[in-house]
Ligand binder design. Structure first.
Ligand code: KG4
Ligand code: ZN
Length: 342
């Protein structure tokens, strides 16, 4: 079976990442996966500032490529193809990684691969698989997307449901900001929720009764906002002791909808395999709820490994490996696309 070594860059948002991966269609070995996070830089603004993000990508990238090569113990001449995220994401950030990977490909006279970030998340549960990509019902929950997809195999995806407004991670981040917790909010809400009651507040489970598989989280966000202004009509900042209950109740509302809709999708598709990926799938309570529901319904569950859950370049290299082995190379004239769809 043919093998290839891929160097991939991810720079769609606020993480600069470089990974080198070697493998075939069935299994891949990560030779290095380096991430330089900008979270500290953006934290004081409560969200990502695009201008700061692109500047810092260009500062971080070159040393990170050197570090990834050193970690892998190989030189540029050992790379068979160069890849980068082309979208979705911030245009100015995407351009840094995309242009750098193209430049390395041109200089090395090797192919270039332009990769969809969401396909990276979607296939990330299989990076450490020994049997390649298998048919499954996939829930991708990140800061920008919430999607249920039937993955029939590499390159064969059917979108079954998506959010009609905020993504699940975005809802975590916005609610955290309203409460006064740091950015990104997901991990902070999870931590606060551990000492709170999920039944303290009855927040809405939007679209749960609807027959379709789409999501909506903006009503939930507004419901939290109303609760906060009732608790503190002056500035909406809740009293310290109320924060765990608000976080636990909010998190429970998000989880219930994600679990029930994904299980429903799997049943409709006659699928006995569910995968979870994207930043929100780091959430321990979400994983536990899925484990319980999957056991109850006789469905196998694979949650993306923590190292590949939030933005990373290994997932971009993994998609690129499959593309490269299929000969699906990108022209050097191809552009980034901030709104790229799967
Ligand atoms: O996949 P990701 O790193 O980037 C995007 O492509 O968006 O996801 C980031 C999102 C953020 O919204 C963050 O708050 C959320 O994932 N997140 C979490 C947790 N860890 C990260 N949400 C809930 N619980 C967590 N433990
Ligand atoms: Zn992402």
């Amino acid at each position: 079976m043919s093998h290839a070594t891929i160097l991939a860059i991810e720079s769609s948002c606020d993480e600069t990442a470089v990974a080198i991966l070697r493998g075939n269609r069935l299994e891949a070995e990560i030779l290095s996966s380096e991430i330089s996070s900008q979270i500290d830089i953006h934290q004081e603004y409560g969200g990502v500032v695009p201008e700061l993000a692109s500047r810092n990508h260009s500062l971080a990238l070159r040393p990170l490529v050197d570090k990834a090569l050193a970690q892998a113990g190989i030189g540029l001449e050992s790379i068979d193809a160069f890849a980068a995220t082309a979208g979705p994401g911030l245009a100015s950030s995407l351009l840094i990684g995309h242009t750098a990977a193209k430049a390395m490909a041109v200089a090395s006279k090797k192919p270039f691969l332009s990769i969809n970030h969401m396909e990276g998340h979607l296939l990330s549960p299989f990076i450490d698989s020994k049997q390649g990509i298998q048919e499954n019902t996939s829930l991708v929950v990140s800061g920008g997307h919430t999607m249920i997809i039937q993955t029939h195999g590499y390159g064969n995806y059917a979108l079954l449901g998506k959010t009609l407004d905020d993504a699940a991670g975005e809802a975590f981040d916005k609610v955290a900001k309203m409460i006064g917790l740091p950015y990104p909010g997901g991990p902070h809400i999870e931590k606060q929720a551990q000492s709170g009651s999920p039944d303290a507040y009855d927040f809405p489970r939007s679209m749960l009764k609807k027959p379709h598989l789409d999501f909506s989280f903006s009503g939930l966000k507004t419901a939290v906002l109303y609760t906060l202004s009732e608790l503190n009509p002056v500035d909406g900042r809740p009293p310290e002791e109320a924060i765990p209950d608000i976080c636990a109740s909010f998190q429970a509302a998000v989880i219930e909808v994600l679990v029930k809709k994904t299980i429903k999708a799997a049943k409709q598709q006659n699928s006995k395999f569910i995968t979870l990926s994207g930043g929100v799938s780091c959430n321990g309570a979400l994983k536990n709820a899925f484990e319980e529901a999957c056991v109850k319904n006789g469905i196998k569950l694979k949650v993306c490994s923590p190292a590949f859950t939030t933005d990373n370049a290994a997932m971009i290299a993994y998609v690129a490996l499959h593309k490269h082995l299929n000969g699906e190379h990108s022209p050097f004239s191809c552009d980034v696309d901030p709104n790229m769809r799967l």
